[in-house]
Design a protein around this ligand. Structure first.
Ligand SMILES: CC(C)(COP(=O)(O)OP(=O)(O)OC[C@H]1O[C@@H](n2cnc3c(N)ncnc32)[C@H](O)[C@@H]1OP(=O)(O)O)[C@@H](O)C(=O)NCCC(=O)NCCS
Length: 201
């Protein structure tokens, strides 16, 4: 079932994945990501291996997008400044890993993915208040997704690859969420719209 086109000011609702969520109809155009959502996400979510959040256009039970988070460890040698003592005890650094993030095909390039990523970043901020993590990490799928994550402040790290590793340090997330650093350009109009909606309600 196709999602109707919607303006980027449309409200998004976020829900924890549930068995009755219609995952079969979801399509972001990437078979690997669609397949994981349709076939694996619920089991992984229920076992707490990953936690999956779905995004919905207001009043629509079919998911417009989703993301999955898990905890992971990264290889310290992959960090850019090899000479720096990051203060880790071993060869690895702790991270909160964004396994996948995807929007329904018809809804891409309208600012929704940025809003879903912003929601994930806010969740990582909350996790970092209670469990230490050096950074939020992900593996980018292709050049388009690398451009997407870069537009929101992520940087590549580690060996050159078609699927580059990317990170956003927790300190940047803290600064963004606590307001000591402006959100990246791509998010600014959405935050302004959210503030205007709050003020009007
Ligand atoms: C990647 C994805 C989540 C982005 O969501 P989206 O809603 O299309 O992204 P946005 O509209 O918020 O884009 C924000 C910015 O990211 C960049 N960007 C997004 N898609 C891009 C693309 N295809 N090519 C280049 N830049 C892109 C642009 O700078 C864009 O700002 P602009 O539209 O003002 O130029 C979505 O395209 C998707 O689901 N793709 C398939 C699944 C996937 O590849 N997931 C990521 C790997 S885990």
């Amino acid at each position: 079932m196709d999602q109707p086109p919607a303006p980027s000011s449309t409200k998004l609702e976020f829900r924890a994945l549930t068995p009755d969520c219609d995952r079969k109809a979801f399509s972001c155009g990437k078979p690997e990501i669609d397949g994981w959502f349709r076939e694996k996400s619920l089991k992984k979510h229920e076992k707490y291996l990953y936690r999956v959040t779905t995004a919905h256009l207001a009043g629509n039970s079919s998911p417009a997008g989703y993301y999955a988070l898990t905890v992971a460890r990264g290889d310290r040698d992959h960090l850019k400044n090899e000479a720096k003592n990051y203060g880790f005890d071993g060869d690895f650094f702790p991270s909160v890993h964004l396994h996948y993030l995807a929007m329904f095909s018809n809804l891409q390039r309208q600012g929704f993915g940025s809003r879903v990523l912003m929601h994930a970043i806010e969740r990582v901020y909350k996790i970092s208040r209670y469990a230490g993590a050096y950074t939020m990490t992900l593996v980018s799928l292709d050049e388009k997704s690398t451009a997407f994550y870069q537009s929101l402040g992520f940087e590549t790290y580690g060996p050159a690859s078609q699927h580059p590793l990317m990170l956003l340090p927790i300190q940047s997330i803290v600064d963004l969420v606590e307001g000591t650093r402006p959100w990246p350009r791509a998010l600014a109009p959405m935050l302004a719209a959210a503030d205007a909606a709050k003020a009007a309600s």
